[in-house]
Design a protein around this ligand. Structure first.
Ligand code: CA
Length: 225
């Protein structure tokens, strides 16, 4: 038995929190519950968390977006946001603040659980142990440790950002449309929209400070040169 994987659920609706608690516990995860942003940040500081499920609409001083932003200042722990169906802006903002994924309410707990498992599998896998680091200009990608370096300096990446970057690296010189990128990086069962790709591309460009030779192919998608 390995050490248990801790997942924090930040949700003020007790019925949803209970439901997620029981589903995730059944998967063998240690589940920590917080119903307010402040408490979530306390637990985040005290505990070694492997993933956070974070409701956007929280009572009190800090909503989910602010919690996400605060966590991203020090940590790349995977975050799945729970957003209200009618709030497009929350989805985009959540991704821009560094969330890895979002699920729209009402959602199926089974679906959310499979997202959690998929992200944890990616973030914990020791992928391609024989792979040599890939270098492109000033950027270096270490597939073994899932680290990215720009001019030798480590650049923190979320799970999805890293996956997107490595996918682009592995498919250099190919024009990839957004659907291919969604399928290749987020998985074929992903039902999010194209904007998810654009937001992550924007993050990569910003973090890599103009060193990413990524071309927007008009009407298609993106190509890494
Ligand atoms: Ca709520």
């Amino acid at each position: 038995m390995g050490e248990s994987i801790s997942v924090m659920v930040v949700e003020d609706d007790p019925s949803i929190a209970d439901l997620l608690n029981s589903y995730l516990s059944k998967e063998g995860y240690r589940v920590l519950l917080a119903s307010q942003g402040k408490r979530a940040l306390e637990l985040f500081r005290q505990e070694k968390l492997s993933l956070i499920v974070l409701d956007v609409g929280l009572p009190g001083d800090l909503d989910g977006l602010e919690v996400c932003k605060a966590i991203r200042q020090t940590s790349q722990v995977p975050i799945i946001m729970l957003t209200a169906r009618d709030s497009e802006i929350d989805k985009v903002l959540g991704l821009e603040l560094g969330a890895d994924d979002y699920v729209t309410k009402p959602f199926s707990p089974r679906e959310l659980t499979s997202r959690v498992k998929a992200i944890l599998r990616r973030s914990t896998q020791s992928a391609e142990p024989s792979a040599e680091p890939i270098r492109l200009g000033e950027i270096q990608l270490d597939l073994k440790t899932r680290e990215v370096f720009l001019q030798g300096e480590p650049i923190p990446m979320t799970v999805r950002e890293f996956d997107l970057l490595s996918y682009l690296f592995r498919n250099r010189r190919l024009a990839l449309n957004r659907r291919q990128l969604l399928d290749g990086v987020w998985g074929v069962d992903w039902y999010g929209d194209d904007r998810t790709v654009d937001v992550h591309v924007r993050q990569l460009r910003r973090k890599l400070k103009g060193h990413l030779p990524l071309t927007t192919v008009w009407g298609v998608g993106y190509r890494l040169d």
